[in-house]
Design a protein around this ligand. Structure first.
Ligand SMILES: NC(=O)c1ccc[n+]([C@@H]2O[C@H](COP(=O)([O-])OP(=O)(O)OC[C@H]3O[C@@H](n4cnc5c(N)ncnc54)[C@H](OP(=O)(O)O)[C@@H]3O)[C@@H](O)[C@H]2O)c1
Length: 244
């Protein structure tokens, strides 16, 4: 665990009810971060908070804020609620995301828009609100869950890949724009991770060959532990045994 100024600042984590987000919430709680958790399911958010409470870790206070992130009009009041409840947000982790597997020629416009709305536009809108405040305070860290699909294309992953390529360019541009204000931006690009995201996809991959969500969560904990003078700008983490 690092001893940086941001180490114990409030973390706003989206997608906190499942997969990478849920395991990141638990891993950050274990090292004492206060957390504001966002996803749509109130019941699942409550369960994660109860799990964190049961750890009895000093400093690891978790609150939850159910919200559909594609409801862009509600984001400003979401941030206000979080800041009134828990104070300024020091770290924003954008983990909420989704994908479909379908050839582009068979992708309905509505599906395309759904993927872009959550994976890109919601991240843009939420990040803009949070980072404006970070810039005023002259400190902060944003971690965006991109994907290996932000760097490589795969057949049947057109909408997802377009959203992640765009999210990576958003991350790179933002990093350049805010670095002189003490705000750091990290783009993480994992290969396949064994999470519920794959449950409804007929990908035919061996899930035992994928990264575990716990491994990715530890990677995120290490990213946050860097001192404020250092930033991991972007990184790729792949399962060692396969070509996923
Ligand atoms: N799994 C992989 O192989 C992999 C690889 C590389 C990158 N990634 C990226 O890593 C991130 C996390 O993926 P994961 O595998 O952990 O996914 P996951 O297990 O499917 O979890 C997705 C999370 O996003 C939340 N969410 C979905 N739609 C939402 C909405 N409209 N508003 C608010 N929250 C919403 C879900 O909670 P609710 O349903 O309660 O809203 C859930 O907590 C994603 O950005 C994904 O693209 C995943």
């Amino acid at each position: 665990m690092g001893n940086s100024a941001t180490a114990k600042s409030l973390v706003l984590l989206t997608g906190a009810t499942s997969g990478i987000g849920k395991h990141t919430a638990l891993a950050l709680a274990k090292v004492g971060y206060p957390l504001a958790l966002v996803a749509r399911s109130q019941d699942k958010l409550q369960q994660v908070c109860e799990e964190i409470e049961s750890l009895h870790i000093e400093g690891a206070v978790a609150s939850y804020f159910p919200h559909d992130l594609t409801d862009l009009a509600g984001l400003a009041s979401l941030i206000e609620k979080i800041e009134n409840d828990q104070g300024g947000i020091g770290v924003l982790i954008n983990s909420a995301g989704m994908g479909y597997m379908r050839p582009l020629l068979e992708t309905p416009l509505q599906e395309w828009q759904q993927v872009l709305d959550l994976n890109l536009t919601a991240v843009f809108a939420l990040t803009q609100l949070v980072v404006r405040r970070m810039v005023e305070r002259r400190e902060g860290l944003v971690v965006n869950l991109c994907s290996i699909s932000a760097l490589k294309t795969f057949p049947d992953w057109g909408a997802y890949s377009a959203s992640k390529f765009a999210l990576l360019s958003l991350s790179r541009t933002l990093a350049q724009e805010v670095r002189t204000y003490g705000v750091r931006v990290t783009a993480l690009c994992p290969g396949a991770v064994d999470t519920p995201l794959w449950n409804s996809l007929n990908a035919g991959f061996d899930r035992n060959q994928m990264l575990s969500a716990e491994t990715v969560a530890q990677w995120i904990v290490q990213t946050l532990a860097l001192p404020p003078q250092a930033v991991l700008e972007e990184a790729v983490l792949m399962p060692a045994g396969g070509a996923l």
